[in-house]
Design a protein around this ligand. Structure first.
Ligand code: ADP
Ligand code: MG
Length: 394
């Protein structure tokens, strides 16, 4: 069911506790190397301020595990946010406590207060009711814009919602609307492309798409396990011997449900994963003993691209080969271009596959690039995410 959004409430004069995802990548000296996540939260922050409200921002950064870690403080995030917004930001040095209470009490319309890394507090990841209440006491309204943590029930994204009117921010709304389109009443045919390294990570996503997809195109390391389950020799390829039964079951289920589950018909193999490896195309029944399958082959790229060109909706998680290393990038790059050129509604989710599509230079031709890693996968598993469930229905 659709959730209420920040646009459904009147915000003037209110204090709005806004959970954002500022968990940005940083280098060894703590400098932000990519501020995409901060930029993604700007529309919601600007909207709230324009309505004449003040904002209390909360985010985690890294994994401090309930302890104060000086290298994970949010000061550099506050600085970058201030630069991007062109406004002053008050940065608190604690998550909750007297300093925060006083700062929040003094907020005027247009003011912004950023709390310290919420995961410094041991109650955050435990979803401690006292901490959730302490957050709520600072504000009048709760807005959740942190889609990337929506699969976790923590105090600042779920617990707090028990105490305040709670709605989705603009980024959260966009994620949920787009991802929902891939699961419910998707324009047909629905083609799911699933690659990446391991079956274990993706088995629940595969099972969910068996219920709703017309075609599932497999690639990457996980396809190796399926091919092995069909008794092909896979040489030294990455595969999971303990998942062969599950792979066979999935192939059986696909046949029963009339889902077109596609496996590679040819592969790119090599002795080693390196830029100057001697890569070779082989058909599926001739993987040499000592070699590894590291990408989908030319015939497979053609078959997959053809199905993609006829799709109404495309969902893609996980690269189709070791795209980071040149001789094994082509499968993922060609498929990225095929998805970009299709008329379908296309959604791509997963840290590595999003990076691959950016590398292919076609990110702007994809209907939606999901910002959530684990959250996106759990959404595609068909699970209800606690950070979304906690928000009010329309
Ligand atoms: P995502 O982040 O998109 O969900 P994953 O994390 O599941 O994707 O998998 C990405 C990794 O899988 C990449 O680092 C890539 O090199 C690796 N990979 C893809 N194909 C293979 C393969 N055939 N053998 C080994 N690793 C592979
Ligand atoms: Mg990954």
């Amino acid at each position: 069911m659709a959730k209420k959004t920040v646009k459904d409430l009147s915000l003037a004069g209110k204090k709005v506790f806004t959970r954002v995802d500022f968990n940005v990548p940083r280098n060894e000296s703590g400098e932000i190397t990519d501020d995409t996540k901060i930029k993604a939260a700007l529309p919601t922050i600007e909207y709230i301020l324009e309505q004449g409200a003040s904002v209390i921002l909360a985010s985690h950064l890294g994994r401090p595990k309930g302890q104060v870690k000086d290298n994970l403080r949010l000061d550099s995030v506050a600085q970058r946010l201030s630069d991007l917004l062109g406004r002053n930001i008050q940065k608190a040095d604690e998550v909750v406590g007297p300093e925060v209470t006083e700062a929040a009490a003094g907020l005027k319309p247009g003011d912004i207060l950023l709390l310290e890394n919420v995961r410094f507090h041991p109650g955050e990841e435990k979803n401690e009711p006292e901490l959730a209440k302490a957050y709520a006491d600072l504000a009048d309204i709760f807005v959740s814009d942190a889609f990337g943590t929506a699969h976790r029930a923590h105090a600042s994204n779920t617990g707090i919602a028990a105490h305040l009117p709670s709605v989705a921010g603009l980024l959260m709304t966009e994620e949920v609307e787009n991802l929902s389109k891939s699961l419910h009443n998707a324009k047909r045919p629905l083609v799911a492309i699933i690659g990446g390294s391991k079956v274990a990570d993706k088995i629940s996503v595969l099972k969910n798409f068996l219920e709703i997809a017309d075609s599932i195109l497999l690639g990457g390391g996980m396809a190796n396990t399926f091919l092995r389950a069909k008794d092909y020799n896979m040489g030294r390829s990455l595969l999971e011997e303990d998942k062969l039964m599950q792979a066979s079951e999935i192939m059986q289920l696909a046949a029963n449900k009339d889902v077109n589950l596609c496996l590679p018909v040819d592969l790119v193999v090599a002795d080693e994963v390196s830029a100057d490896a001697d890569a070779e195309d082989v058909i599926i029944d001739s993987v040499p003993d000592g070699k590894m399958a590291l990408d989908i082959g030319p015939k497979t790229r053609e078959i997959y691209a053809d199905l993609i060109s006829k799709a109404g909706t495309i969902v893609w998680n996980g690269p189709l080969g070791v795209f980071e290393v040149e001789p094994f990038a082509r499968g993922t790059m060609d498929i990225a271009i095929a998805v970009a050129n299709s008329q379908a509604f296309s959604i791509i989710g997963g840290g590595d596959v999003v990076a691959a599509v950016e590398k292919a230079g076609v990110a702007d031709k994809i209907s939606h690039l999901s910002t959530g890693g684990g959250a996106t996968l759990e959404f595609w598993e068909g699970k209800e995410l606690p950070g979304i469930a906690a928000l009010e229905d329309k």
